[in-house]
Design a protein around this ligand. Structure first.
Ligand code: FEO
Length: 399
């Protein structure tokens, strides 16, 4: 089992599972880079475990905890968040350490009871509660809706460590190092995609949480996914940028094409975007996995959806992407609609309807019948130009 242990502060152990077997995180997001489940063990007068792992890795975690505890019992088990990528090992940990006291919130308790239906000892925390565990104390801070209502984090003042659970996490397994700085831009890229997929629906809560946590001096963020974060300022600033969001100067073109006609039309749209000096980011679906599409849409001020008509509807993957925008609250973007059909094109009206849910501002529409004709070309180029101009106006970050 791929479990690795790293003592990053005296008697504070990071116990990492590298998961390269899961194809879809949350059964939704492709993770070819894998993902980690990080737990942390603090050994003081009392022993404390922070979070767990996915259930298939339970035995490996319990074996490693036994190894690190060297015959001592586990006194506290802090469950920051009940999602089963962390709490899957909960029943095995309770079984192995029946006297342990679970530290959770009232909502967290309900989630754990609903998921696992077992009895255990617990302590319910309130905001800013402290717990002395010997020479060290823990401070619990609630950060609800990041990204479930139960979520809280733990600050360790003695070591200036913040155990942040999902927040400030990233995709990717740990191969050569436990630290963010050793992964450079790769860490930023994997953090951004993770943020877009997992956290972005709660961007306003992110800003509130960062404000709430700003009074604590933090040297190390210890998240539940990805490497330890030593460049705290950089990651916090990135989270603030993604939360606003600060838009990139780009037009994202999300399209499907069954037989290549709509794809041909996209080439002219791209020409229009590039004519005004803006980058066009092409996302053909389903060929491009939604994990990447959602990452690009998060900070796109201008988007063009391209869909053929399919069974008197818009091609279904485009509807799925717009629904993901609704779920993630990517609202108020400038949008162009590119559609196609042969005898009764209906894709445009279906997309228009779906876009009401995301409060999109429709900047332009072009519908083609079958293949691209000469008379279509200026309209396609103009669609690209108009969205490109919007991206230039709103995008503060050049790409
Ligand atoms: Fe990594 Fe929301 O669990």
């Amino acid at each position: 089992m791929p479990v690795y242990t790293y003592e990053f502060r005296s008697n504070i152990y990071m116990v990492v599972v590298n998961d390269i077997r899961t194809r879809l995180f949350e059964s939704l997001w492709d993770i070819p880079e894998g993902v980690t489940y990080n737990t942390y063990l603090l050994i003081d007068d009392k022993t404390v475990l922070f979070d767990g792992v996915k259930n298939v890795y339970s035995k490996a975690l319990v074996d490693e905890l036994r190894n690190l505890l060297k015959g001592r019992d586990l006194n506290y088990y802090v469950v920051h968040h009940g999602e089963p990528d962390h709490s899957g090992s909960f029943p095995d940990i309770i079984k192995e350490f029946p006297n342990v006291r679970v530290v959770t919130t009232d909502v967290g308790l309900k989630i754990l009871k609903n998921l696992y239906n077992i009895d255990f000892n617990y302590i319910l925390i309130s905001d800013y509660d402290e717990l002395s565990v010997g020479k060290r104390k823990l401070v619990f801070i609630k950060v609800p809706w990041l990204h479930w209502p139960d979520t809280f984090v733990t600050y360790l003042p003695s070591d200036k460590v913040l155990f942040s659970c999902d927040i400030f996490g990233s995709y990717g397994v740990l191969t050569t190092s436990y630290w963010d700085k050793d992964y450079g831009d790769l860490h930023v890229s994997l953090s951004k995609r993770y943020f877009a997929n997992i956290v972005s629906a709660y961007r306003s809560q992110v800003v509130k949480a960062i404000e709430k946590l700003s009074k604590y001096e933090v040297d190390v963020i210890a998240p539940s996914h990805g490497p330890l974060v030593s460049d705290v300022r950089k990651v916090v600033n990135l989270y603030l940028r993604w939360s606003k969001p600060e838009f990139e100067s780009k037009v994202v073109i999300v399209y499907s094409s069954m037989y290549g006609n709509l794809e041909e039309a996209v080439k002219y749209v791209v020409k229009g975007v590039e004519e005004v000096g803006v980058k066009a980011v092409l996302m053909k679906v389903p060929e491009t996995a939604i994990t990447y599409v959602v990452r690009e849409l998060m900070d796109a001020p201008a988007i063009i959806f391209g869909a053929p008509t399919y069974d008197a509807n818009a091609f279904p993957y485009i509807g799925l992407i717009i629904d993901l925008m609704r779920i993630k609250r990517f609202e108020g973007r400038y949008v162009g609609i590119l559609s196609s059909g042969l005898w009764a094109p209906t894709a445009e009206s279906r997309i228009t309807k779906a876009l009401e849910d995301v409060k999109a501002v429709i900047e332009g529409r072009v519908s083609i019948l079958g293949s691209v004709k000469n008379e279509d070309i200026p309209k396609l180029v103009e669609l690209g130009r108009s969205l490109g101009i919007r991206a230039n106006q709103l995008g503060s970050i050049k790409v």
